[in-house]
Design a protein. Structure first.
Length: 223
């Protein structure tokens, strides 16, 4: 049977208040976003519950994935900043991840995305991955507009017998020069991550092997 799963992520509209402090911009509500350890980025996590299918020994076979995020990415850096950009990572995985390690250490530090050579994440656990870079474009008459510069998909498309899926949006802020307290801000539109596929029953041997592999991967999660 066919299924379409959707993970919802709220918008992020916050203003820099100095030091490591960010607050929701006036007239907006920050719902569920948490800061990265660096205090220069934020993440939102939600989960898709597949426990009902798992109880019936059913497997989910992904067939199409994507993200919908209508709106405009914006960032006002400091008056002395020469460049500004936003790094946005969308992930759906069958095992939980350490968001700081994935975004700051692996992707931006070592230039190795989740599931790539040298990464502690396993490729087959990544059901959806999208990395995008936005940078300031002052020639477009939208205040503090961040224009898409690079977009790269990466996912395994592997079937999963996991009882839940972990869905992440991670946003990293980059600016050359200090931010201005009370003035600098970022705007990230709300998003819907979509995962379409079918639920089906496998042979007992194949399903037990898949469960065993899922258990092994879950116990390899980096802390």
């Amino acid at each position: 049977m066919s299924r379409r799963l959707a993970a919802m992520h709220p918008s992020l509209t916050i203003t820099y208040m100095g030091g490591t402090d960010w607050v929701p911009s006036p007239g907006t509500v920050q719902t569920g976003w948490s800061p990265l350890a660096s205090n220069t980025g934020f993440f939102h996590e939600t989960q898709l519950d597949l426990s009902g299918y798992a109880m019936d020994s059913l497997t989910f076979f992904p067939s199409a994935v994507g993200v919908q995020d209508p709106g405009v990415y914006r960032m006002l850096p400091g008056a002395t900043s020469t460049t500004s950009s936003l790094y946005v990572l969308d992930l759906i995985t069958s095992t939980p991840i350490n968001v700081d390690d994935v975004m700051l250490t692996d992707l931006l530090g070592n230039m190795q995305g989740p599931g790539m050579f040298g990464s502690d994440e396993t490729f087959e656990t990544i059901l959806y991955g999208l990395f995008r870079v936005f940078a300031e474009n002052s020639t477009i008459k939208i205040p503090n507009f961040q224009q898409l510069q690079r977009s790269q998909r990466f996912e395994s498309g592997e079937p999963t017998a996991a009882d839940k899926l972990y869905c992440y949006r991670i946003v990293q802020i980059s600016a050359v020069g200090a931010l201005d307290a009370g003035l600098s801000y970022i705007v990230v539109p709300a998003a819907r991550q979509l995962l379409a596929g079918r639920i089906d029953e496998e042979s007992e041997l194949v399903y037990m092997q898949r469960l065993k592999r899922s258990y092994e991967l879950a116990n390899q999660v980096r802390q």
